[in-house]
Design a protein around this ligand. Structure first.
Ligand code: B12
Length: 234
């Protein structure tokens, strides 16, 4: 089919092409086309495309996979496959991201996925980007109990605590964890900002669980942590 791109996007001849390539990646992830995803990601990395944009497009594809799971078009195997594709994408993109970003030595962030939740792709991306920007990241892994979070927070004495959770049921685990950290026995942790992250967190969730901040994009997470560190230093 012929399309007159110059008529559609008079200011930028390449914009239509770029939009098309982006849509293709989101679509391939949504359709769980593993080989097509990996080939396109590699091609775009080779072309010098921004690896973070590539990751964000894959994240959008994952969101759509989730919707199809909700609509019962996909089943658990679809979620597992999506997770595997994203892991492979990160194997390609992570070295490029790490080579591009280097940060000054910075603060300490304690990170983990809360109890009952094993989603870790987003948390790992957040951890990796923070490390690239100079933060020391203590990653507790997944399914971390409130007691474990508290014990590790007392040990590590982080500047920032980050809780990840993607399930609705994770909100109660976040709330319990934060309540414990804010508890009297943890007064040494008073004032340590707590950030929650995950695909469906919102301001409402943030208030419900008693967190200080909420984040759904890892680069915004980095910028927030940098700001919090700068505020602490001033
Ligand atoms: C892949 C996937 C899985 C994989 C996870 C693999 C893995 N190693 O993580 C597997 C197959 C294991 C899985 C299992 C399940 N899943 Co699942 N899964 C997904 C899916 C499709 C993608 C998640 C993902 O990785 N996204 C990509 C990442 C990059 O995005 P992200 O997590 O949002 O992270 C970004 C930001 O949020 C932020 N961020 C993340 N964490 C943090 C933390 C901090 C501190 C900060 C600052 C920022 C930050 O940075 C990241 C990068 O920008 C989502 C759909 C969706 N909408 O996300 C469903 C989804 C989360 N799963 C869902 C469900 C229901 C399940 C299961 C219960 C299914 C089942 N019947 O067993 C189980 C639960 C298992 C458990 N106990 O945890 C539902 C949750 C619904 C709900 N409201 O509770 C979703 C939303 C799908 C849906 N729409 O129904 N799942």
């Amino acid at each position: 089919m012929h399309t007159d791109r110059s008529a559609t996007f008079p200011d930028d001849d390449g914009a239509a092409d770029r939009r098309e390539v982006q849509t293709s990646l989101i679509r391939y992830v949504t359709e769980l086309k593993e080989q097509a995803v990996l080939a396109l990601v590699q091609e775009r990395l080779d072309d010098g495309d921004d690896p973070l944009s590539i990751v964000e497009e894959c994240q959008e594809g994952m969101r759509r996979v989730g919707e199809l799971y909700e609509q019962r078009v996909y089943f658990l195997a679809g979620l597992i496959m999506a997770g595997e594709i994203f892991r492979e994408v990160m194997e390609l993109a992570q070295p490029v991201i790490e080579a591009q970003i280097s940060g000054e030595a910075s603060g300490r962030v304690l990170l983990g996925t809360v109890q009952g939740d094993i989603h870790d792709i987003g948390k790992n991306i957040q951890g990796m980007l923070l490390s690239c920007h100079g933060f020391t990241v203590y990653d507790l892994g997944v399914d971390v109990s409130p007691a474990e979070f508290l014990a590790q927070a007392k040990r590590v004495k982080p500047d920032i605590i980050g809780l990840s959770g993607l399930l609705t049921s994770s909100y109660d685990a976040m709330r319990d964890t934060i309540a414990l950290i804010h508890g009297a026995s943890a007064s040494e942790l008073a004032g340590v900002p707590i950030i929650i992250g995950g695909t469906s967190v919102t301001e409402q969730v943030c208030q419900y669980v008693g967190a200080d901040y909420w984040i759904i994009n890892a680069m915004e997470g980095v910028r927030l942590c940098q700001r919090l560190l700068a505020d602490k230093a001033s």
